[in-house]
Design a protein around this ligand. Structure first.
Ligand code: FE2
Ligand code: FE2
Length: 184
């Protein structure tokens, strides 16, 4: 039973949707908003659900707090583009939604058996997600806006980068504390 209930870090990482830079800056913005709203409404609330179920209410609060800020990121950018509406899910977002659905049952079963392992992996993935966003993906979005002399948009992306870096710091601290508590 345990064998086919395994959850690896990479299986959880599949629940991350990468925003896609497009030639058209409006399409880049739509992909950004699509991904940020997915994180706010689906991915981090699911991680929070796991944390609650595993008996870690403080971590659940952290995941929900970050979810709220991802929502804000989309609001900041939406303010500059009034014609985006609800973006159609990008390919990667749809793939991530499906991946989350696929591991959901296994995660629930595993949390009953080994809650620490699932939560440690979720935190590790959250840290990887945030690092990739602030270190790689969003700097490219910012540079694209800058190259087009769109300083308003590039300033928003920069604000997002700073915020994602802070999320990474929060998750790094939470993961370190979590590991220390588990080892004690
Ligand atoms: Fe974000
Ligand atoms: Fe974030």
């Amino acid at each position: 039973m345990l064998n086919n209930k395994e959850i690896t870090e990479d299986m959880i990482f599949q629940c991350f949707a990468a925003a896609k830079q497009c030639e058209n800056r409006g399409e880049t913005a739509a992909s950004f908003i699509d991904v940020e709203e997915y994180e706010a409404q689906v991915m981090y609330p699911e991680f929070a659900r796991w944390a609650t179920k595993a008996g870690h209410p403080k971590l659940a609060t952290l995941f929900r707090k970050v979810a709220g800020e991802e929502k804000l990121h989309s609001v900041w950018l939406r303010a500059l583009y009034d014609d985006i509406g609800v973006p159609v899910h990008g390919e990667d977002t749809q793939r991530a939604i499906d991946a989350l659905q696929t591991i959901r049952e296994n995660c629930d079963a595993l949390i009953e058996i080994d809650p620490q392992a699932v939560i440690e992996k979720a935190l590790t993935v959250a840290l990887r997600v945030e690092e990739r966003e602030y270190g790689d993906i969003y700097p490219r979005f910012r540079d694209q806006a800058e190259a087009a002399n769109d300083s308003e948009t590039s300033a928003v992306y920069q604000r997002v980068i700073d915020s994602e870096r802070q999320h990474a710091e929060w998750f790094h601290t939470a993961l370190t504390d979590f590991r220390q508590a588990a080892a004690a």
